[in-house]
Design a protein around this ligand. Sequence first.
Ligand SMILES: [Zn+2]
Length: 271
Amino acid sequence: MDKIRYINLDPISRIYVELGGDKKKEVVYNGETWTYDYPLGRPSHMSNGEELERNDGSGIVDIKRTVIYFNHKLKKPKLGTFKTWYHKDPYTGWINHGTWNEFLIDEYWNKTITKKTEWKHNKIVGTQEKYCEKCLQLIFIGSWDLGIPIGVHKNFVCFRGGTYLQKQTKYHSGYDNYEVIRFFPYSESDHRGKIEEKCEYHGYMTGKCTNYNTDGSVRKVTDFKEGKYHGSHFYYYKDGRKLEGQYEHDEKVGYWTTYSKDGTILEKRSY
Ligand SMILES: [Zn+2]
């Protein structure tokens, strides 16, 4: 095991340790042992953690692990994760439990948390926040109650120093009843805040979506089931024509009919 002292080493070489041939290497920094992994002959990440069996006779083992990933070009640490789990004895899989963090980290070990998730026995609880790794602005906020999403979840996109709302999900009753609104990309200034798609779900990825044109008119209305087109499908052309048909598990079925602006049948195709 190699011991490296902070003081005599420059910030790069003390963290980004290159080795020829080895797959793993243990290095001690200020009393902490870090394992370096070299899957492709160069350091991919370093990790440090502990496994502790609870002394209450439950046989439960608590695990903590920090992983720091490197930027190969700069030979510096880039980002890291801190996670906590436990597993039972006999082992039946890891159970996420505690606070998980994702962070940016520099060669001086300064950490900036970019994502925080709270777990309780494998279920997300509380409010999760996510920040952009480049500009550190908030890009996601949402809450959970024992794994069930609650309230309003918001996704933002960074744009020219600010952020704009990209997606908003309102949970009325977890994945049994929720609505998702997506907004047009912000880059085109005349589309700011305009709704591109609005979906009502009753069951995960099962429900009805309405898509809009930038002028606010309806472009299409589609039914979904478990993420696939399933049910009726309407498409409204800009010239007033309308296409109507049915899907079953992503496949067109029955008659697909195109109507003119005044409702006359223009085309009818069988699937
Ligand atoms: Zn950003």
